[in-house]
Design a protein around this ligand. Structure first.
Ligand code: JFZ
Length: 449
């Protein structure tokens, strides 16, 4: 094997780390205006949100933006899809009702993905929903339905924009030749103007979820700091993610559960699609079972993170009934077990594929995901337990010994996805230092195949 230079290693790492590398800072950076701590706390208390990837691309059953050109849809065909986009069954109240039934506390919609198409009546471009046969402002209708039904609303907004002549790339993703002529300052003005439209016309927003396709850190420079400072000026309690090129307020692990982290807020984004599609991928795409969504949610909460679960509505405007049904089952589970998810913090036990833990006040919620017979053995707790019970009812025995904590639940009271055991301590659960798993247990996502 040839010797690999450190710079090549760095490039390799950047290439494979994808979105995570966007915040990789080796040189000192200016800081963006900090988030309002009470807004961060409220958002963390919510724990579970709905992500929605939608646009004219749903007509093709292929991935949003990434299917434009290459082996996907020819560029001219993709760019003309909006002329046929007429989602007559779109009903914002139904989308919001589906999110609420799932126990989700906020909704984040792709107002503009990398392909540049805008789902709102933007005054800064003609490439919008108002120039489709549908001619209805989807962002407005959804924002209003959210207000009416009491759920928070946020906007996904892609920094890369392959439609705008000012952005250096006219195809999504890295590795394409740059346009011969482009004007990043003109594009930045456009992005700032559109952000202002979204916050002023559809706010207050819980977040602007800026996105990258891997090109932002390379081209956008320090402009991300200006974006965040401007958004914060317009709405002081807004939260901004980490993909503008500036650190922002929270990290965004994608299609995986984030690692245990009690200091930096984070939110995993995951797809309900069994094929990990963001946009509508057709009936054949498949839906993840409710049980695996529940497990992912427990793993996120146990690591002190949120989960933004994505649905990709159909071209007729409806969220696929199979997706709605799967998330409704998650909502049913949350009605019984939500005490162990909402308004909790992660730990003290650090998450493993067998169990995770959440806590608030003097309570710890053990989420047992896999059983070994009737029992699940954990490392020593090092604190006294006053009482224990199952959130879903039934019998639980807890043996709290210096060599470990063992939880025993009879088969009839064990759940397939997550059995939540509530431990009431004699002292404060928040004061307990994180407890590392036994060496046989690896964090979620790192288990041996
Ligand atoms: C991005 C989008 O590309 C994707 O379509 C979806 O919206 C998701 C939530 O966010 O995902 C990425 C971001 C960066 C890279 C790949 C996918 N990257 O750097 O290669």
């Amino acid at each position: 094997m040839k010797k690999t230079t450190p710079i090549l290693l760095l490039m390799l790492a950047m290439g494979t780390l994808g979105a995570a590398s966007e915040t990789n800072q080796s040189t000192p950076q200016p800081t963006n205006a900090p988030a309002d701590p009470s807004a961060v706390k409220k958002w963390q208390d919510d724990r579970f949100g709905m992500f929605i990837h939608w646009g004219p691309v749903s007509l093709t059953e292929k991935e949003i933006s990434w299917s434009r050109g290459g082996k996907g849809t020819p560029v001219e065909v993709y760019d003309a899809l909006y002329k046929k986009f007429n989602p007559e069954k779109f009903n914002a109240d139904e989308w919001v009702a589906a999110a609420k039934a799932a126990g989700m506390k906020y909704i984040v919609l792709t107002t503009k993905h990398h392909d540049g198409f805008c789902l709102w009546d933007s005054k800064l471009t003609d490439y919008t929903i108002m120039n489709t046969p549908f001619k209805r402002d989807v962002v407005k209708e959804l924002a209003e339905a959210c207000k009416k039904q009491g759920i928070k609303f946020g906007c996904y907004y892609s920094v890369p924009d392959t439609h705008h002549p000012g952005y250096p790339y006219d195809l999504t993703g890295r590795g394409h030749p740059m346009r011969e002529k482009y004007d990043l300052d003109a594009y930045h003005k456009y992005l700032m103007g559109q952000t202002e439209e979204l916050i002023k016309n559809y706010g207050p927003l819980v977040t602007v979820w800026y996105d990258t396709d891997g090109t932002v850190s390379q081209v956008y420079g320090k402009r991300g700091f200006e974006v965040i400072n401007m958004a914060r000026k317009l709405q002081p309690d807004i939260l901004i993610d980490e993909r503008t090129g500036a650190p922002g307020d929270y990290s965004t692990p994608e299609q995986r559960v984030g690692g245990f982290n009690m200091t930096r807020p984070w939110e995993s984004c995951m797809t309900i699609s069994a094929h990990n599609h963001w946009a509508w991928g057709g009936e054949k795409d498949g839906v993840k079972p409710a049980g695996s969504v529940i497990t992912m949610l427990a793993q996120c909460a146990g690591g002190d993170g949120n989960m933004l679960l994505n649905v990709g509505p159909r071209p007729d405007g409806m969220i696929d009934p199979e997706q709605v049904e799967a998330i409704r089952k998650v909502g049913d589970w949350l009605k019984v077990n939500g005490e162990g998810i909402y308004a909790t913090r992660g730990g003290p036990y650090m998450p493993t594929p067998r169990y995770t833990a959440t806590r608030k006040g003097n309570k710890i919620y053990l989420h047992i995901l896999k059983w070994n017979g009737d029992s699940c053995k954990l490392p020593p707790l090092g604190a006294e337990i006053a009482a224990s019970s199952l959130l879903a009812g039934g019998k639980v025995e807890v043996s709290n010994r210096p060599d470990g904590l063992t939880v025993t639940v009879p088969a009839t009271d064990r759940k397939d996805s997550d059995t939540v055991v509530k431990l009431e301590l004699k002292g404060d659960a928040m004061a307990i230092q994180p407890i590392k798993p036994d060496p046989v247990d690896q964090p979620p996502g790192k288990e041996k195949k």
